[in-house]
Design a protein around this ligand. Structure first.
Ligand SMILES: N[C@@H](CCC(=O)N[C@@H](CS)C(=O)NCC(=O)O)C(=O)O
Length: 216
């Protein structure tokens, strides 16, 4: 059985776990916290980050690379589009989530509201949270709202890595007690709720909410 290394609060760990669940692949979870990681762990994840992955004697780091690998080892059901342009668009939304959404939701909202107070005894910087919620996140949601249109999936009308990557980030927003502004971005709000209701996401949201001592 493969092993996923990383804590469940990480959207990148979640991305890999959802991906494996959608493929029907069982795995062990080794809850590595990415702070002062061991020299042993750095051999698997040289940047010291989570997630990392072990498949027998093969190891990999980085959620995007792990998902790309698993897609090749377990092609069914396909989670990347086959059309070249749609494939690239799916990678783009994954990147938009990993580099764009994560930089706002992660440190400026989720860390401030959940991780900092609970694990580092740090007070929430409410000004930072409010700026992120009212100025920084809305234009990023506007973009997704426009790209989504009336579709149920971001690319090619079919659930893919694009949806996993984007929805994984919004779980952290949810854990922080916020959601997509349904008045400003009604399609995105409905889409995120639908993706989060998939069994692959719901199981993790329930597990994580329990760990944070909050209702899902
Ligand atoms: N591009 C990486 C990003 C992973 C990442 O930033 N993980 C965070 C946790 S959410 C981490 O390990 N941070 C610790 C560090 O940067 O040292 C991926 O997709 O796996």
């Amino acid at each position: 059985m493969p092993t996923v290394y990383g804590i469940n609060a990480s959207p990148f760990v979640r991305k890999v776990r959802v991906f494996l669940a959608e493929k029907g692949i069982a795995y062990d979870l080794d809850p590595v916290i990415p702070v002062n990681v061991s020299a042993e762990y750095r051999k698997i994840s040289p940047l010291g980050k989570v997630p990392a992955f072990r498949d027998g004697d093969r190891t990999l780091a980085d959620s995007s690379i792990i998902c790309a690998y698993v897609e090749r080892t377990h092609p069914q059901p396909p989670l990347y589009p086959s059309d070249p342009y749609e494939y690239a668009r799916a990678l783009w939304f994954e990147e938009y989530a990993d580099s764009g959404l994560s930089g706002i939701i992660g440190p400026k909202i989720f860390f401030q509201k959940v991780i900092g107070p609970a694990f580092f005894g740090q007070a929430t910087d409410e000004a930072m949270v409010q700026k992120a919620l009212t100025e920084e996140l809305p234009p990023m949601c506007d973009y997704l709202e426009g790209e989504l249109g009336d579709a149920a999936a971001l690319v090619g009308g079919r659930f893919s890595i694009a949806d996993i990557g984007v929805a994984a980030q919004f779980v952290n927003l949810r854990h922080a007690g916020f959601g997509v502004d349904a008045t400003r971005c009604p399609k995105l709000a409905k889409y995120i709720a639908t993706i989060h209701a998939r069994p692959s996401f719901k199981a993790l949201i329930d597990e994580e909410s329990a760990a944070f001592g909050k209702p899902a």
